[in-house]
Design a protein around this ligand. Structure first.
Ligand code: BGC
Length: 387
């Protein structure tokens, strides 16, 4: 799938789509006092995070049901998506869904029945192909911008989802919200998550519930999560570090991310000159200075930074007792194919050696790995995922 820059710019303006950011501002962590922090035993045994059976190896079916309307971002889900995922050896898919664009603004925030039927269809496809599926409330951008105005609606959406999917097998998992960010800070999240999990638990006593950490599901904010002491709640993080490599030239990112030609791992054979936009931001200037000069083990585009992310996630699982799961990772098609392969293999290795389940982003966007029209995998990255 290819979204033109103009289209994307319009989409961003229309939807208020958020660009992820690399530098956490001051943590806005805080306790609501309602949920005990450490109530579960360590989720790490023999050096590995306890597994999530059926959710260890996945692919995101993105840009379809999470687009403002399906097809607008050139992905229309088809049976082939599910068949290919199964044939490729994946055990699950993650299904990002923009419920907020298909629901009434006023209470009870009724979700459009036709849209709900489309989600039913996707869940049926996953089930029919013997795949687990994580149903993910994605791109609720208004909730990130104005949490207080949207909290009630968010809970209302989940009430309907929980009612509709009661009785589905446990191969269907729920993910409360993709990549909370901006004003939906940890204090607010820590008040919101228990409310929604309580509502879900009434009809889904042991269904897996995934919760993303703040700051676009950053490992830096896992420790700020205050989760109910429920072992079927899994903390989710996303791994796009180093962002200057994985998101180089991404049209939905700001100007400091527009230097292309970043390899993985660094340093490059010949130094790369960052764009003017990149040079305006001090941490980005530093990144490129180090990228151009430091040896591979210390290079900011390299495995050291990736491994540190996974160590943080594992430490959280050990100290807080909740399992962790990598819900998104990948590298954009602006990067060279060999670097993308090395990145994918490296991330998988770090995840798998710690027993952490993973899910690649994505099927048909700018991280595309599936050619749906002819049922083939985009190479060479497909191989790095399927092996
Ligand atoms: C967003 C996508 C984006 C991807 C990589 C996802 O969470 O929903 O729109 O392409 O992250 O940045």
């Amino acid at each position: 799938m290819f979204r033109t820059t103009l289209f994307a710019t319009l989409a961003v303006l229309i939807t208020g789509c958020a660009a992820r950011t690399a530098t956490p501002s001051q943590p806005t962590t805080g306790s609501t006092g309602s949920t005990p922090r450490v109530a579960l035993k360590s989720a790490v045994v023999d050096g590995k995070v306890l597994p999530i059976p059926g959710f260890m190896r996945g692919i995101n079916l993105g840009n379809g049901l999470d687009a403002p309307s399906e097809g607008e971002w050139n992905v229309i889900l088809a049976p082939k998506h599910f068949e290919m995922a199964k044939a490729g050896g994946f055990d699950h898919v993650r299904l990002p869904v923009r419920f907020s664009a298909h629901a009434a603004e006023q209470s009870p925030y009724t979700i459009d029945p036709k849209f709900f039927e489309r989600v039913d269809w996707a869940l049926n496809q996953a089930q029919g192909n013997g795949l687990g599926v994580i149903l993910d409330v994605h791109h609720y951008n208004e909730l990130m911008e104005e949490p207080d105005a949207h909290l009630d609606r968010f809970v209302g959406l989940w009430q309907q989802i929980a009612d509709r999917y009661a009785g589905r097998p446990n191969s269907v998992a729920f993910e409360l919200l993709n990549e909370p960010c901006k004003n939906l800070n940890p204090v607010r999240l820590n008040a919101l998550y228990p409310k929604v999990t309580e509502l879900i638990r009434k009809k889904h006593p042991d269904r897996l519930i995934f919760v993303d950490s703040y700051f676009w599901a950053s490992t830096s904010y896992l420790h700020a999560l205050e989760l109910p002491p429920d072992p079927q709640i899994v903390a989710q993080f996303h791994m796009y570090q180093p962002l200057m490599f994985t998101h180089q030239g991404a049209h939905w990112m700001t100007e400091e991310y527009q230097t292309v030609g970043v390899v993985f791992p660094g340093p490059p054979a010949t130094p790369l000159t960052p764009t003017d936009g990149a040079n305006k931001v001090s941490w980005v200037r530093d990144f490129f200075k180090n990228y151009n000069t430091l040896p591979t083990e210390k290079n900011p585009s390299g495995m050291t930074i990736v491994a540190a992310e996974f160590e943080r996630a594992k430490k959280f699982a050990h100290e807080y007792g909740h399992r962790v799961y990598l819900g998104e990772f990948g590298a954009i098609d602006r990067a060279d194919p060999e670097s993308r392969v090395r990145f994918i293999q490296g991330v998988r290795r770090e995840a798998e050696q710690r027993g952490i389940g993973w899910c690649y982003w994505d099927d048909g966007g700018q991280f595309k790995v599936m050619n749906i029209a002819d049922g083939t995998w985009v190479q060479p990255i497909g191989k790095a995922l399927l092996e």
